[in-house]
Design a protein around this ligand. Sequence first.
Ligand code: NAI
Length: 409
Amino acid sequence: MASTSLDKDRIKILLLEGIHQNAVDTFRAAGYTQIERRTAAVPEAELPGLLEDVHFLGIRSRTQLTADVLEAAEKLVAVGAFCIGTNQIDLEAAAEKGVAVFNAPFSNTRSVAELVLAEAILLLRGVPEKSAQAHRGTWAKSVGTSREIRGKTLGIVGYGNIGKQLSVLAEGLGMRVVFHDTSDVLPLGNARPVATLEELLEQSDIVTLHVPEAPTTQGLIGKAEIAAMKPDAVLINASRGTVVDLEALASALEGGHLAGVAVDVYPTEPRSNDDELDTPLKGLDRVILTPHIGGSTLEAQENIGAEVAGKLVRYSDNGSTETSVNFPEVVLPPHPDCHRILHVHRNVPGIMAAINRVFSDLGVNVDAQFLKTSNDLGYVVTDVEAKTSEGALDALRNIEGTIRTRVLY
Ligand code: NAI
């Protein structure tokens, strides 16, 4: 079989769940024409039939890509999760089939940071409580404990993408920023690291959480941590629901501790908009409750469209797997004038020797080779002189442990 790069007109792209038009534009700009965009999610039972001849699939959080579904999607090369989470995809099964998965971890960073800043302002002004009173017809016009955020100390727990973005914006509004992170991270602007979480809790007027969901962050803010906060401080959680003990928070608020709280994420969240939210914070006037919308803005959706489609195009055109969530990451230069052979394999001893034996036996002239392995998977990319790639692909396919091969030119 001749080693042919698949024609872009024959590459089928299916985008489900109302992915932004931006994604379609990104594919079109890169020369792809067979793009179908659907607004709804597809039930799991219908996916195998639908995905039979799809090469690139875009989904959001409602499409369940189980091992069985992936098994049926014979031509699938890569999946774009046009969201942050990838729990809806069996990543291991995808890797075993040689299907790379990409997502958009940073597209909504700014959206979260803006919401947190807005909440910090509203909470220090006592707006949630005043708004609730006004809804009940109570006219509570008084300075009371209303404060500006200027000059106040913002304590950021988890100084990653969102924490840093927030740090810069908060300093722009005249806040003093301290942060605590378990990794050694570079402070931006005048932000200062503090050695312990306790230290941060004791000195912050606003505590905001931006840590990942992990066993080490579960219950990070419990009764003792809440008690360590200043009595008139406010707490904001737009990270993950498991990070804060909401029962402890509710009883602290009921006891008059803390000026206010904003919560966007919950230990158990309703599965759909038809289900009800259950939280001990319901009905408390000093609390802003939002339905996990920290990262949900039109701008973030637009960014996600371009970011994930861009990654799929890059993988399709050039083979780069940078930021893939289930594949070894290889960042590749352009490959003018040569054929690029991609080989995804089980990471077993001797496979590289077998691959290179193919090239040497067939007299293939190798220009460059890139290799990365992670866990059980290996990804080797070999740039070869155009006229010598013929035949190599077939031989590579027959190597024991090969999962998938592709050639690009
Ligand atoms: P990131 O991975 O860039 O940053 C997390 C930081 O937390 C890292 O610097 C890490 O070293 C640090 N960290 C980990 N464990 C820690 C601990 N025990 N104490 C202190 N620091 C710790 O993550 P990113 O993108 O900033 O996201 C932060 C959180 O926000 C994540 O949980 C993410 O799922 C959530 N998120 C929520 C959204 C929403 O809609 N509410 C939207 C986007 C993200």
